[in-house]
Each structure stands twice: as structure tokens, then as C-alpha cells.
Design a protein around this ligand. Structure first.
Ligand code: 4AD
Ligand code: MG
Length: 458
């Protein structure tokens, strides 16, 4: 269907001025009077609607009437002209309804609550809020690829179905074709009779395979879906999220921290430059001061503090935390929020966590207690990146795995990378939706995904 995107009309207005154009879209709102009708049309290409002006003496009533319906799909032809109130508008010469929309269309009002919109995920891309979220989501993905591409990383595609639990937290969804009543006597019999002849699940992280790829390709990144059967019913956890995981050889913890900071600043800057309308909308509607916050993140250096120092800071803060702060226990969201929102007031890397609360693959520090790992915490959210230098020493790695009762045989390929030409290397994982929340000010991860999957809700 030959037509012009509304975004192109606005961006290239000089070229189209006074010309005859055809546009397509959905009616967001309309107003009618005796001699003239107005329609706010949106086609999803621009956040701004195009106003259609219909002079009733030019177009028969029976053509106008069916178009004055919220939610219906239209094609309109007319002249693109300047307008005092809207910048530009379309003086309509003909109008065709492509798809009508009955009265039970749920998006009749101008504003709906986010809770209500979560009940209609199939329709919410037709609202301004979600149009803005998905525009930024799109640009952010592109910026991520751009960063790695310009810095010589190879994009690798790690498997979604896997046998190994990278994070070792037992949060893997199982993948099976066995009937629920397979009638097996033992677990072994059940899994041997399954599709892969072994227990399989959905990946919780592409890191282990990513490390194997990096060990030949030098610098890689993955960007794909990740699945976690976590029962955390919070505004920051989804059972299916998108995960960016670079892995870099010949790189220690300090090097990867520099890379992570450079990367985060680059992608924020790219979105600031390329999504001005969306960010202005979020700045006004969702988080006052959002744009200043993002600019400040780019301009200031990120903070850096060791876990041990952070525990001291929290203890001296005089704050009443729900969870007590003790060296050796994981930082809770409230602790992370204090550090980044009140103490540093900017993104901060917390480094050198106790080995016992972190994963097996992290490089053991000489103190025998901590690992060369860091989490990047940001105001409003807490952790967005989990990062570490990897344990490159074969014997130390095996000892850490045995200490966690891991079956070395099922990780034999991973272990081989330490046997054959092992090198210092590091990597991190960025939660894509959490990054999107930081950039847009969106408060709930359910409002960053097209069809969010969370515990108890498919
Ligand atoms: O800290 P995590 O568990 O680290 C890893 O998976 C490492 N293998 C990464 C690596 O070094 N390659 O997860 C990394 C990030 C978190 O910081 C968080 O942003 C995000 O993934 N994340 C989630 N996002 C949404 N919903 C969940 N359930 C998430 N779990 C982790
Ligand atoms: Mg983590």
C-alpha cells in the first residue's frame, strides 16, 4: 500500500510541504463539529500524531462518519500543510476505513493505568507510553550492537537449550518431550528416555559457551534471551529477559570495568541523541529529571568501592535496613539503593565480593576470601551488571567446582579451556530490560517487555 510514514513527513517536512500525500494509521482521538472534523492519527513511526482536518463540504458525510471512531484503521489522502497549533497537519481530500473498531475496544480513554494495560499486552503497543518504550528498546538494541561492532567484538549466538547451569542457582527451566506420566522407575531412566538422552534446560546465561568462543575469537558478545525460574516476584525480575554478555581475553577485572563503563556511557549517549521525543516524554510523564540523570551518568565517572568498604559504609549509615548488613551476606536491594542513590548519587561498581556468595567461575583473590567480581549498581534500580574476571587456573577452578558439589564431567568442555592455552579473561552480563528501565524511568520490568513472563503469569 503506497503511503508515507508520519515520521518521514515530520522529519522531512520541507520536502512534503503543500504536496499531496497518503498516510495510514489508527485513530487515537477525534473531534467533530458541524462543518469540520479533526482526527489524531498515529501510525507507530512517530510518537507525535498527525492531525487530519476534514472539511465536511469537501467529503461526503457517509465517508467521514465511519472514520470518526477511536481505534479504527484508516488511509487518508490530502495536502500536507503548516498549522499554527500542530506545526503541520493534513488537509484531507479522501478517506478510507481499512478496519473498523467496535465500541468494546478497550483503549477508549486517553489515559489508562499501567496495571490495566498489563491485562491487554496485545493492544498496549497502540498507546503512546508503549510506543515510546518500544522505540527506545529498539534504539538501545541497535546501540549495543553498534558499540561492540565498532570495537571489534564478534557477535556469537550461544545455545538456548543447554545442559549446564552457568549460575549454579538451580533456576533452570526444564526442556522435555517426555510425557508427565512417562512411567519411569528412576530419574536416570526418565532423562535417558528424553529427547536429548539427558537432562536439558533453557539457558540462564550464555557465558560458559561465550568463554569458549572468546578463547579462539578473542573478543565476543552475546545478545539473546535468557530464562530464569526465579520465584522473585519483584519489579525487576522476569522469567524471560534479554541478556548482553561480552567476554574478553587478555583482560583483567580493572580492564573489564573500564570497558563496562565506556559501553554504558556509549549506549546512553546514543539513545539521548536518537530518541529525543521519547526521552522528553518520559522526562515529563514518568521521571522528572530523567534527562539530567542520564547526562550526569555520562559526564561523571562511575563510583568504585570494594564490597568490604561498602559493608562499612552501610553499617555507619545510621539507616534502619530491613535486612541486617553483615560481611559475608549478599547485598539486598535496599543496601544497593542506599549506596547508589544516597551515598554515591551515581552508578557505582562494587568489587571483590565474598567468594561464598558468588559463582564458581570467578577468579579467586589472593586473600583467599574474595573474588575478582563486580556488580554495577544504578540509582532507582540497583544491580544492572554482574561482572568478573574468570578463574583461569585449572586447579583452582576445579577446587571451586568441587566445593560446590558440581559434577566436573558435565563441565568437561569448559574445564578444557583452562587446560589448553588458558588466558586471563573477563566478562559481564547486562540485563537489557533493567538498562531500559534506567534509561526510560519505567518502574516495572513488566512494562519493558512485549509479553512479559513472570512467576505465575504467562
Ligand atoms: O548477575 P547475573 O546472574 O550474571 C550472570 O548471569 C553472568 N553469567 C554474567 C556474565 O558475567 N556473563 O546476571 C546478569 C544481569 C544482572 O545484573 C541483571 O541485570 C540481569 O542480568 N538479570 C535479570 N534481569 C531481569 N530478570 C531477571 N530475573 C534477571 N536476572 C538477572
Ligand atoms: Mg548478579
Amino acid at each position: 500500500m503506497k503511503h508515507t510514514d508520519i515520521k518521514i513527513l515530520f522529519n522531512d517536512s520541507e520536502k512534503y510541504l503543500s504536496k499531496s500525500v497518503t498516510v495510514c494509521g489508527w485513530v487515537r482521538t477525534w473531534r467533530d463539529s458541524k462543518s469540520i472534523a479533526f482526527i489524531e492519527l498515529n501510525d507507530g513511526t512517530a510518537l507525535k500524531n498527525l492531525q487530519l482536518v476534514i472539511e465536511k463540504d469537501k467529503i461526503p458525510e457517509n465517508e467521514v462518519k465511519p472514520a470518526l471512531v477511536v481505534g479504527c484503521a484508516l488511509k487518508a489522502e490530502g495536502r500536507f500543510i503548516p498549522s499554527e497549533r500542530n506545526g503541520f497537519e493534513l488537509s484531507v481530500e479522501s478517506i478510507t476505513v481499512l478496519g473498523g473498531c467496535p465500541q468494546d475496544y478497550p483503549l477508549q480513554k486517553k489515559h489508562h493505568t499501567l496495571e490495566f494495560l498489563r491485562t491487554i499486552p496485545h493492544l498496549r503497543p497502540r498507546t503512546k507510553y508503549f510506543e515510546a518504550v518500544f522505540a527506545v528498546r529498539n534504539r538501545l538494541s541497535f546501540a549495543i550492537h553498534k558499540y561492540f561492532n565498532k570495537n571489534g567484538y564478534k557477535y556469537v549466538h550461544t545455545p538456548i537449550i543447554t545442559g549446564s547451569d552457568c549460575e549454579g542457582a538451580g533456576e533452570m527451566f526444564r526442556v522435555t518431550t517426555q510425557p508427565w506420566n512417562a512411567g519411569c522407575k528412576t530419574e536416570q531412566e526418565y532423562f535417558e528416555g528424553d529427547f536429548f538422552g539427558a537432562r536439558a534446560g533453557l539457558t540462564v546465561s550464555g557465558q560458559l559457551e561465550g568463554e569458549m568462543a572468546a578463547m579462539g575469537l578473542g573478543k565476543i558478545y552475546t545478545f539473546g534471551p535468557t530464562f530464569r525460574a526465579e520465584h522473585s516476584n519483584t519489579t525487576r525480575h522476569a522469567a524471560e529477559f534479554w541478556h548482553i554478555e561480552p567476554e574478553v581475553c587478555f583482560c583483567d577485572l580493572n580492564d573489564i570495568i573500564e570497558i563496562a563503563e565506556d559501553f554504558i556511557k556509549f549506549i546512553i549517549n546514543d539513545v539521548l541523541e536518537n530518541c529525543p521525543d521519547e526521552l522528553a516524554y518520559f522526562n515529563e510523564r514518568i521521571e522528572k529529571g530523567l534527562i539530567d540523570k542520564l547526562r550526569h551518568s555520562i559526564e561523571s565517572g562511575f563510583g568504585k568501592i570494594t564490597y568490604t568498604e561498602a559493608v562499612e559504609v552501610l553499617k555507619k549509615s545510621g539507616k534502619e535496613f530491613k535486612y541486617p548488613v553483615e560481611w559475608g551476606s549478599d547485598l539486598q536491594t535496599e543496601h544497593e539503593k542506599y549506596l547508589t542513590e544516597e551515598y554515591f548519587r551515581k552508578p557505582v561498581f562494587v568489587t571483590d565480593y565474598p567468594a561464598d556468595i558468588k559463582s564458581f567461575y570467578m577468579k579467586q583473590n589472593p586473600d583467599g576470601k574474595t573474588v575478582a567480581a563486580t556488580d554495577l549498581l544504578v540509582p532507582g534500580i540497583g544491580e544492572i551488571i554482574g561482572c568478573s574476571e574468570r578463574e583461569a587456573d585449572l586447579e583452582k577452578l576445579k577446587t571451586a567446582m568441587l566445593k560446590r558439589n558440581m559434577n566436573l564431567e558435565s563441565y568437561s568442555e569448559y574445564i578444557d579451556t583452562r587446560k589448553y592455552g588458558s588466558v586471563p579473561h573477563s566478562g559481564f552480563g547486562l540485563g537489557f530490560e533493567r538498562m531500559l528501565m534506567y534509561i526510560t524511568g519505567v518502574q516495572n520490568i513488566r512494562d519493558t517487555l512485549l509479553f512479559p513472563r513472570t512467576v505465575g503469569s504467562l
